[in-house]
Design a protein around this ligand. Structure first.
Ligand code: F6P
Length: 285
Protein backbone atom coordinates (compact mmCIF):
# COMPACT_ATOMS: atom_id res chain seq x y z
CA UNK A 1 0.00 0.00 0.00
CA UNK A 2 1.38 3.43 -0.87
CA UNK A 3 1.15 6.01 1.89
CA UNK A 4 -0.07 9.34 0.58
CA UNK A 5 2.35 12.25 0.89
CA UNK A 6 0.53 15.58 0.55
CA UNK A 7 3.79 17.45 -0.11
CA UNK A 8 4.48 15.18 -3.07
CA UNK A 9 0.86 15.52 -4.23
CA UNK A 10 1.17 19.32 -4.17
CA UNK A 11 4.45 19.30 -6.09
CA UNK A 12 3.14 16.79 -8.64
CA UNK A 13 0.04 18.96 -9.17
CA UNK A 14 2.16 22.07 -9.73
CA UNK A 15 4.41 20.11 -12.13
CA UNK A 16 1.43 18.96 -14.18
CA UNK A 17 -0.16 22.41 -14.15
CA UNK A 18 3.05 24.15 -15.25
CA UNK A 19 2.87 22.81 -18.78
CA UNK A 20 -0.72 24.02 -19.04
CA UNK A 21 0.13 27.39 -17.54
CA UNK A 22 2.89 27.83 -20.06
CA UNK A 23 0.58 26.96 -22.96
CA UNK A 24 -2.20 29.12 -21.51
CA UNK A 25 -0.02 32.24 -21.66
CA UNK A 26 -0.65 32.43 -25.39
CA UNK A 27 -3.60 34.75 -25.87
CA UNK A 28 -3.53 35.96 -22.23
CA UNK A 29 -0.92 38.69 -22.48
CA UNK A 30 -3.33 41.56 -21.82
CA UNK A 31 -4.16 43.38 -18.59
CA UNK A 32 -7.00 42.12 -16.38
CA UNK A 33 -8.26 45.59 -15.40
CA UNK A 34 -7.80 44.61 -11.75
CA UNK A 35 -5.19 45.21 -9.06
CA UNK A 36 -3.71 42.52 -6.84
CA UNK A 37 -3.72 43.00 -3.04
CA UNK A 38 -0.35 44.80 -3.30
CA UNK A 39 -1.80 47.38 -5.69
CA UNK A 40 -0.17 46.09 -8.88
CA UNK A 41 -2.11 45.80 -12.13
CA UNK A 42 -2.80 42.15 -12.83
CA UNK A 43 -2.28 40.45 -16.18
CA UNK A 44 -5.05 38.20 -17.49
CA UNK A 45 -2.59 35.35 -17.12
CA UNK A 46 -2.00 36.13 -13.40
CA UNK A 47 -5.69 35.73 -12.64
CA UNK A 48 -6.09 32.68 -14.84
CA UNK A 49 -3.06 30.84 -13.40
CA UNK A 50 -4.19 31.67 -9.86
CA UNK A 51 -7.69 30.29 -10.47
CA UNK A 52 -6.26 27.13 -11.99
CA UNK A 53 -3.84 26.51 -9.10
CA UNK A 54 -6.42 27.46 -6.46
CA UNK A 55 -8.89 24.92 -7.74
CA UNK A 56 -6.37 22.10 -8.02
CA UNK A 57 -4.28 22.69 -4.91
CA UNK A 58 -7.17 23.41 -2.56
CA UNK A 59 -8.79 20.08 -3.41
CA UNK A 60 -5.75 17.95 -2.44
CA UNK A 61 -6.19 15.82 0.69
CA UNK A 62 -3.96 17.24 3.39
CA UNK A 63 -4.11 20.86 2.18
CA UNK A 64 -5.80 23.15 4.68
CA UNK A 65 -5.08 26.55 3.12
CA UNK A 66 -4.37 28.02 -0.30
CA UNK A 67 -3.09 31.59 -0.56
CA UNK A 68 -1.71 33.54 -3.46
CA UNK A 69 -0.16 36.87 -4.24
CA UNK A 70 -3.09 37.48 -6.58
CA UNK A 71 -5.96 37.21 -4.05
CA UNK A 72 -6.62 39.13 -0.87
CA UNK A 73 -7.96 36.29 1.26
CA UNK A 74 -6.82 32.80 2.15
CA UNK A 75 -8.94 29.91 0.84
CA UNK A 76 -9.63 27.66 3.82
CA UNK A 77 -10.14 24.04 2.84
CA UNK A 78 -11.72 21.31 4.91
CA UNK A 79 -8.63 19.38 5.89
CA UNK A 80 -6.23 19.93 8.72
CA UNK A 81 -2.82 19.99 7.23
CA UNK A 82 -0.50 22.04 5.08
CA UNK A 83 -0.75 25.61 3.84
CA UNK A 84 0.29 26.34 0.27
CA UNK A 85 1.37 29.86 -0.71
CA UNK A 86 1.86 30.56 -4.39
CA UNK A 87 2.99 33.33 -6.69
CA UNK A 88 1.23 31.91 -9.77
CA UNK A 89 3.18 34.01 -12.32
CA UNK A 90 6.21 35.70 -10.87
CA UNK A 91 7.53 38.44 -13.15
CA UNK A 92 4.35 38.66 -15.23
CA UNK A 93 5.31 42.14 -16.44
CA UNK A 94 7.76 40.18 -18.62
CA UNK A 95 4.77 38.74 -20.55
CA UNK A 96 4.53 41.79 -22.78
CA UNK A 97 8.17 41.54 -23.85
CA UNK A 98 8.05 37.72 -23.91
CA UNK A 99 10.80 37.23 -21.35
CA UNK A 100 11.30 34.76 -18.52
CA UNK A 101 8.74 34.24 -15.77
CA UNK A 102 8.08 31.63 -13.10
CA UNK A 103 5.68 30.08 -10.60
CA UNK A 104 6.84 30.10 -6.96
CA UNK A 105 5.46 27.91 -4.19
CA UNK A 106 5.98 27.45 -0.46
CA UNK A 107 4.47 24.60 1.57
CA UNK A 108 4.12 25.48 5.27
CA UNK A 109 3.06 23.28 8.17
CA UNK A 110 1.45 26.22 9.98
CA UNK A 111 -1.53 28.43 9.16
CA UNK A 112 -0.63 31.50 7.07
CA UNK A 113 0.87 33.98 7.50
CA UNK A 114 3.76 31.81 8.69
CA UNK A 115 7.51 32.30 9.06
CA UNK A 116 9.94 30.59 6.70
CA UNK A 117 10.96 28.27 9.54
CA UNK A 118 7.53 26.62 9.07
CA UNK A 119 8.30 25.64 5.48
CA UNK A 120 8.52 21.91 4.80
CA UNK A 121 9.25 22.35 1.10
CA UNK A 122 9.47 25.14 -1.46
CA UNK A 123 10.43 25.64 -5.05
CA UNK A 124 9.74 27.25 -8.37
CA UNK A 125 8.98 26.58 -11.99
CA UNK A 126 10.97 28.57 -14.54
CA UNK A 127 9.33 29.20 -17.92
CA UNK A 128 12.56 29.63 -19.85
CA UNK A 129 13.46 28.09 -23.22
CA UNK A 130 12.90 24.86 -21.28
CA UNK A 131 10.38 24.54 -18.45
CA UNK A 132 12.29 23.50 -15.32
CA UNK A 133 11.41 23.04 -11.67
CA UNK A 134 13.75 23.57 -8.73
CA UNK A 135 12.43 22.02 -5.57
CA UNK A 136 13.85 21.92 -2.04
CA UNK A 137 12.81 19.53 0.70
CA UNK A 138 14.65 18.22 3.77
CA UNK A 139 17.73 20.30 2.99
CA UNK A 140 18.13 18.91 -0.53
CA UNK A 141 17.55 20.74 -3.81
CA UNK A 142 16.62 18.89 -7.00
CA UNK A 143 16.29 20.29 -10.50
CA UNK A 144 13.84 18.79 -13.00
CA UNK A 145 12.78 19.33 -16.59
CA UNK A 146 9.02 19.39 -17.07
CA UNK A 147 7.59 18.08 -20.31
CA UNK A 148 3.96 17.17 -20.88
CA UNK A 149 3.35 17.11 -17.12
CA UNK A 150 6.25 14.70 -16.49
CA UNK A 151 9.07 15.58 -14.11
CA UNK A 152 12.52 14.32 -15.08
CA UNK A 153 15.47 14.85 -12.74
CA UNK A 154 18.32 16.72 -14.41
CA UNK A 155 20.38 17.40 -11.28
CA UNK A 156 20.37 15.91 -7.78
CA UNK A 157 21.75 17.79 -4.77
CA UNK A 158 21.98 21.16 -6.46
CA UNK A 159 24.38 23.50 -4.65
CA UNK A 160 25.58 27.02 -5.33
CA UNK A 161 28.96 27.06 -7.09
CA UNK A 162 31.74 28.19 -4.72
CA UNK A 163 33.00 31.05 -6.88
CA UNK A 164 30.24 33.62 -7.37
CA UNK A 165 29.82 35.06 -10.86
CA UNK A 166 26.47 36.81 -11.40
CA UNK A 167 24.74 39.68 -9.64
CA UNK A 168 21.34 41.29 -10.21
CA UNK A 169 19.68 44.00 -8.10
CA UNK A 170 16.11 45.29 -8.39
CA UNK A 171 14.62 48.70 -7.73
CA UNK A 172 15.61 52.05 -9.24
CA UNK A 173 19.24 52.90 -8.52
CA UNK A 174 18.36 56.44 -7.28
CA UNK A 175 16.02 54.80 -4.74
CA UNK A 176 18.71 52.56 -3.24
CA UNK A 177 19.88 53.56 0.26
CA UNK A 178 23.49 54.84 0.20
CA UNK A 179 24.91 51.86 2.13
CA UNK A 180 23.33 49.40 -0.29
CA UNK A 181 24.60 51.33 -3.30
CA UNK A 182 28.13 51.35 -1.83
CA UNK A 183 27.88 47.55 -1.44
CA UNK A 184 26.77 47.18 -5.07
CA UNK A 185 29.76 49.23 -6.28
CA UNK A 186 32.01 46.89 -4.30
CA UNK A 187 30.42 43.81 -5.93
CA UNK A 188 30.77 45.39 -9.38
CA UNK A 189 34.43 46.20 -8.78
CA UNK A 190 35.35 42.50 -8.67
CA UNK A 191 36.41 41.60 -12.25
CA UNK A 192 35.01 38.08 -11.83
CA UNK A 193 31.45 39.39 -11.31
CA UNK A 194 28.96 39.95 -14.15
CA UNK A 195 25.60 41.74 -14.18
CA UNK A 196 22.65 39.49 -15.10
CA UNK A 197 19.25 41.05 -14.51
CA UNK A 198 16.00 40.14 -16.28
CA UNK A 199 13.33 41.69 -14.04
CA UNK A 200 11.67 38.42 -12.98
CA UNK A 201 12.88 37.23 -9.59
CA UNK A 202 12.77 33.57 -10.55
CA UNK A 203 14.90 34.06 -13.67
CA UNK A 204 17.39 36.18 -11.73
CA UNK A 205 17.57 33.78 -8.77
CA UNK A 206 18.04 30.85 -11.11
CA UNK A 207 21.10 32.57 -12.59
CA UNK A 208 22.52 32.78 -9.07
CA UNK A 209 21.75 29.12 -8.34
CA UNK A 210 23.41 28.12 -11.62
CA UNK A 211 26.52 30.32 -11.62
CA UNK A 212 26.81 31.50 -8.02
CA UNK A 213 26.42 35.14 -7.04
CA UNK A 214 23.79 37.37 -5.49
CA UNK A 215 20.26 38.56 -6.27
CA UNK A 216 18.59 41.29 -4.25
CA UNK A 217 15.43 43.34 -4.26
CA UNK A 218 16.55 45.60 -1.42
CA UNK A 219 14.91 48.08 0.91
CA UNK A 220 14.32 51.32 -1.00
CA UNK A 221 14.36 54.89 0.31
CA UNK A 222 10.58 55.21 0.14
CA UNK A 223 9.80 51.52 0.64
CA UNK A 224 11.83 50.14 3.57
CA UNK A 225 10.54 46.60 2.99
CA UNK A 226 11.34 46.58 -0.72
CA UNK A 227 8.88 45.06 -3.16
CA UNK A 228 8.83 41.28 -2.82
CA UNK A 229 6.33 39.43 -0.66
CA UNK A 230 7.46 37.32 2.34
CA UNK A 231 4.95 34.44 2.07
CA UNK A 232 4.99 34.03 -1.69
CA UNK A 233 8.51 35.07 -2.74
CA UNK A 234 11.01 35.82 0.04
CA UNK A 235 10.46 32.70 2.15
CA UNK A 236 10.31 30.13 -0.69
CA UNK A 237 13.40 31.56 -2.39
CA UNK A 238 15.27 31.88 0.89
CA UNK A 239 14.45 28.25 1.68
CA UNK A 240 15.72 27.02 -1.71
CA UNK A 241 18.95 29.04 -1.61
CA UNK A 242 19.71 28.04 2.00
CA UNK A 243 19.09 24.37 1.16
CA UNK A 244 21.53 24.82 -1.74
CA UNK A 245 24.24 25.93 0.69
CA UNK A 246 23.81 29.70 0.30
CA UNK A 247 22.26 32.35 2.54
CA UNK A 248 19.17 34.53 2.53
CA UNK A 249 18.88 37.83 4.38
CA UNK A 250 16.47 40.67 4.97
CA UNK A 251 19.58 42.82 5.40
CA UNK A 252 20.15 41.74 9.00
CA UNK A 253 19.36 38.03 9.36
CA UNK A 254 17.87 35.05 7.50
CA UNK A 255 14.60 35.81 5.70
CA UNK A 256 13.29 32.55 7.18
CA UNK A 257 13.48 34.14 10.66
CA UNK A 258 11.41 37.20 9.73
CA UNK A 259 8.22 37.42 11.79
CA UNK A 260 5.11 36.86 9.67
CA UNK A 261 2.46 39.42 10.57
CA UNK A 262 0.49 39.92 7.38
CA UNK A 263 -0.33 37.69 4.41
CA UNK A 264 0.84 40.25 1.86
CA UNK A 265 3.71 41.81 3.81
CA UNK A 266 6.85 42.75 1.91
CA UNK A 267 10.45 41.98 2.83
CA UNK A 268 13.85 43.09 1.53
CA UNK A 269 15.29 40.05 -0.26
CA UNK A 270 18.99 39.26 -0.63
CA UNK A 271 20.02 35.70 -1.57
CA UNK A 272 23.22 34.13 -2.78
CA UNK A 273 26.63 32.84 -1.81
CA UNK A 274 27.36 33.01 1.91
CA UNK A 275 30.44 35.22 1.43
CA UNK A 276 28.42 37.85 -0.46
CA UNK A 277 25.49 37.86 1.97
CA UNK A 278 27.78 38.04 5.02
CA UNK A 279 29.50 41.05 3.44
CA UNK A 280 26.12 42.63 2.59
CA UNK A 281 24.96 42.37 6.20
CA UNK A 282 28.21 43.97 7.37
CA UNK A 283 27.77 46.77 4.82
CA UNK A 284 24.18 47.49 5.95
CA UNK A 285 24.91 47.23 9.70
O1 F6P B 1 7.16 40.62 -7.68
C1 F6P B 1 7.18 40.48 -9.03
C2 F6P B 1 8.42 40.95 -9.75
O2 F6P B 1 8.11 40.91 -11.11
C3 F6P B 1 9.68 40.12 -9.46
O3 F6P B 1 9.69 38.92 -10.16
C4 F6P B 1 10.79 41.05 -9.86
O4 F6P B 1 12.00 40.79 -9.19
C5 F6P B 1 10.22 42.40 -9.52
O5 F6P B 1 8.80 42.28 -9.42
C6 F6P B 1 10.58 43.46 -10.54
O6 F6P B 1 9.92 44.62 -10.21
P1 F6P B 1 10.18 46.06 -10.86
O7 F6P B 1 10.39 45.84 -12.33
O8 F6P B 1 8.96 46.85 -10.52
O9 F6P B 1 11.40 46.60 -10.20
Amino acid sequence: MTVSDPVEDIVATISRSATEIRQGLVGRRGKADEENPSGETQAEADVWADDLLAERLSSIDGVSQYASEERAEIIDCDDDGLSVAVDPLDGSSNLKSNNTMGTVFGIYDEPLPAPGTALVAAGYVLYGPITTMVYARDGTVTKYELTGGERTVVEHDVTLPDDPITYGFGGRVPDWPADFEAYVREVEANPQHKLRYGGAMIGDVNQVLTYGGIFAYPALEDSPNGKLRLQFEGNPIGYVIEAAGGRSSNGEYSILEVEATDLHQRVPVHVGNTSLIDRLEAALA
